[in-house]
Write a protein that binds this ligand. Structure first.
Ligand SMILES: [Fe+2]
Ligand SMILES: [Fe+2]
Length: 155
């Protein structure tokens, strides 16, 4: 598959974004207070690494298979880590990480949505569409974690 210059630039921009996502989640995994949330962030970081790799393959003209997301958002049921007796500073800290991450996923998801329209190949569009779905699932799992832990403010 031969990409146009515009298509290559679009892939490069998405890949830069994925690198930032990967770094963001690795940092969040290191910083989160609750082990369950650390685990969630670590798994998402690996998905972002897959996205980065798949975009690299597309840039080389290949149509790679996108691996399944490491966690299935519909069967993700996080345990409650925080209640009224918990350290509220820790809870607030983790809530900020969650809200920040959901905001990032929203942004990245809309970048994929815009990106899809720039490609001539329906195979490329399908790969980008699947990545976008995984980004939405990342946000959904973090949303579930927030709900389960009484972190209801915004996002
Ligand atoms: Fe991603
Ligand atoms: Fe994501």
């Amino acid at each position: 598959m031969i990409l146009t210059e515009k298509e290559t630039t679009a892939l490069k921009e998405l890949q830069t974004q994925e690198k930032i996502c990967m770094d963001h989640y690795n940092l969040c995994a290191a910083s989160a207070k609750d082990q369950g949330l650390k685990d969630l962030f670590s798994q998402i970081a690996k998905d972002e690494q897959d996205h980065y790799r798949v975009l690299g393959k597309l840039m080389e003209g290949e149509i790679p298979a996108l691996p399944e997301s490491r966690l299935d958002s519909s069967s993700y049921h996080p345990a409650a880590a925080y209640d009224s007796t918990s350290n509220q500073g820790d809870k607030q800290h983790d809530e900020i990480l969650c809200s920040d991450s959901i905001g990032n996923e929203k942004m990245v998801s809309s970048d994929y949505n815009a990106g899809v329209f720039r490609f001539g190949s329906s195979d490329v569009r399908k790969v980008l569409n699947r990545i976008q779905t995984q980004e939405q699932q990342h946000a959904e799992m973090i949303y579930k974690y927030k709900q389960q832990n009484g972190m209801t403010a915004s996002c």
